[in-house]
Design a protein around this ligand. Structure first.
Ligand code: PLP
Length: 366
């Protein structure tokens, strides 16, 4: 028998009492000590190495910001080639995920669909809101982990929102554009299809933003947390038809983007675009070298192709996986264990840090 419930346990929504929050890389290794944080090599959250250089003004800081600041919306519109009415700036792409679920799924009635192994926040946000989660796993193919279109077909009419991740996290590879279009077609009368493009800057020609003009049920998610090296800023974008953006605007908080965030983000999206492009180039070069190096290790069984800023690889067995992970932790190098995810037995994920950080990692493992 369980012991007596506390007052809060009695008052809280029952399903939240035992819920486990998202195990972010930051939460898993939070030391609470800034000096210790700095001394570690963080290769577990797909953050960019190095910081930008920004100044912010305190002018007008006594005023509420615009709902969607002009400088930011204009800069993103210019960057992505869509109109301002097709863009909603949010507190990270994570807020976009939450808004979409809250706007389209009725609690305890509707469900989302995910294709694991995939980003954890879709299911967490659904669970938080009381939406169901239907899973149609990705399947292995000659082009890496790809959509199972037969599996998706069998769920038509049963879900309200479908989350696709391209490039995928933690898999790394792009979904084929034809399969994305096929999924959008399948659900065109019954569900929203979200294409999460958190990593699209690492393979920009593969974006799905062009589909927004063609289909009513498409949403694309973007973020400044990865290629733009601004994870701490909390700024993302939801791209969709004007009708969808109007709907989501009813659900989002009235002042989601603070003035300092808008100021830094607009600079990153205008004068600093070349810096981002260089960062992507450098990341892709380091990634190619690391990928080759990993595939030459005896303890590495498989290196997944990556179109993003990280590499997923599979160790030969559980013991080797533990050894690789722990050897790195002992030297204060943190990578991410993905082995609990569906189909990713013995898999670890390395974020592409600086050249020096990756060299350090190789030395420790050699
Ligand atoms: C990092 C990440 C996000 C979240 O980005 P934020 O803008 O930092 O909230 C969303 N989707 C995927 C696939 C990610 O990897």
């Amino acid at each position: 028998m369980s012991s007596a419930l506390t007052l809060i346990e009695k008052l809280a929504r029952e399903e939240l009492v035992d819920m486990v929050p998202y195990q972010s890389a930051r939460r898993l290794f939070a030391s609470g000590d800034a000096e210790q944080t700095k001394s570690k090599v963080w290769l577990n959250a797909n953050e960019a190495p190095g910081t930008g250089d920004y100044q912010i003004s305190s002018e007008n800081i006594n005023r509420y910001p615009d709902f969607q600041p002009d400088n930011l919306l204009n800069a993103y519109s210019e960057y992505c080639g869509l109109q301002r009415s097709q863009i909603l700036a949010t507190r990270g792409a994570d807020e976009g995920i939450e808004l979409i679920i809250r706007s389209f799924c009725r609690a305890y009635q509707d469900s989302i669909l995910i294709c694991p192994p995939t980003y954890g926040m879709y299911a967490i946000s659904a669970e938080n809101h009381g939406a169901g989660v239907v899973k149609v796993p990705l399947q292995n193919s000659s082009q890496g982990m790809q959509l199972n279109l037969d599996g998706l077909t069998s769920q038509v009419g049963k879900v309200k929102v479908v989350f696709l991740c391209s490039p995928g996290n933690p898999t790394g590879n792009l979904l084929s554009k034809e399969a994305i279009i096929a999924a959008i077609e399948l659900f065109k009368d019954s569900a929203i299809v979200v294409v999460d493009e958190a990593y699209i800057e690492f393979s920009p020609e593969q974006t799905s933003t062009d589909l927004i003009a063609e289909y009513d049920n498409v949403i694309v998610l973007r973020t400044l947390s990865k290629a733009f090296a601004l994870a701490g800023l909390r700024c993302g974008f939801t791209l969709a038809s004007k009708e969808i953006i109007t709907l989501l605007s009813k659900v989002i908080a009235p002042y989601p983007i603070s003035a300092p965030v808008a100021e830094i983000a607009s600079k990153a999206l205008s004068t600093d675009l070349a810096v981002m492009a260089e960062r992507v180039q450098s990341c892709n070069n380091i990634k190619a070298t690391l990928s080759k190096w990993l595939s030459d290790r005896s303890w590495c069984n498989e290196v997944f192709a990556s179109d993003a800023n990280f590499i997923l690889f599979r160790c030969t067995n559980q013991q080797e996986k533990e050894r690789v992970f722990n050897t790195l932790v002992e030297k204060d190098i943190l990578i991410r264990d993905q082995s609990k995810q569906m189909q990713l037995e013995h898999c670890l994920r390395i974020s592409i840090g600086s050249e020096q950080e990756i060299t350090q990692l190789k030395e420790v493992l050699s």
